[in-house]
Design a protein around this ligand. Structure first.
Ligand SMILES: [Zn+2]
Length: 139
């Protein structure tokens, strides 16, 4: 995935992300974003089995079920999403260390009151995170 990649997120999905992030406070929320051609159409919320404010691990059974559903719906996994309850939307050292899934973007939604923008997406090339554009659409 290259840096010209752009992720668009339907406003309805965006609202679900915000709710999931708030609900998980003080811990990080996580999930998978699926769609077609860079357009996120579906959010699969996952249980953060780390139950931590600083890192996350998705529950494997939920991941398998989501991937199966994506196949059935003919959707691609576009991004791995998580929230940062109190830090900016940047890839942490831990995030980078665990970013080993190829060909997906990493999307971080920050609940920090001074986070501008609130949401950022990255693709990882040779271990280096590159910021990609996130657009919220009204579809
Ligand atoms: Zn993180």
């Amino acid at each position: 995935m290259h840096k010209d990649f752009k992720l668009t997120i339907a406003r309805s999905v965006w609202a679900e992300l915000a709710v999931a992030a708030e609900k998980a406070v003080p811990n990080e929320a996580c999930g998978l974003l699926a769609g077609r051609d860079g357009n996120v159409m579906k959010f699969y919320p996952m249980t953060n089995i780390d139950a931590s404010p600083e890192h996350f691990s998705m529950k494997p059974e939920e991941q398998f079920a989501a991937v199966k559903d994506m196949r059935r719906m003919e959707l691609q996994m576009l991004a791995i999403w998580h929230s940062h309850p109190s830090t900016p939307p940047r890839m942490s050292a831990e995030d980078l260390r665990l970013a080993f899934t190829p060909d997906v973007a990493y999307v971080i939604l920050s609940l920090a009151p001074d986070a501008i923008p609130q949401c950022r997406a990255f693709v990882i090339n040779s271990g280096i995170p590159q910021s990609v554009e996130v657009v919220i659409t009204n579809e």
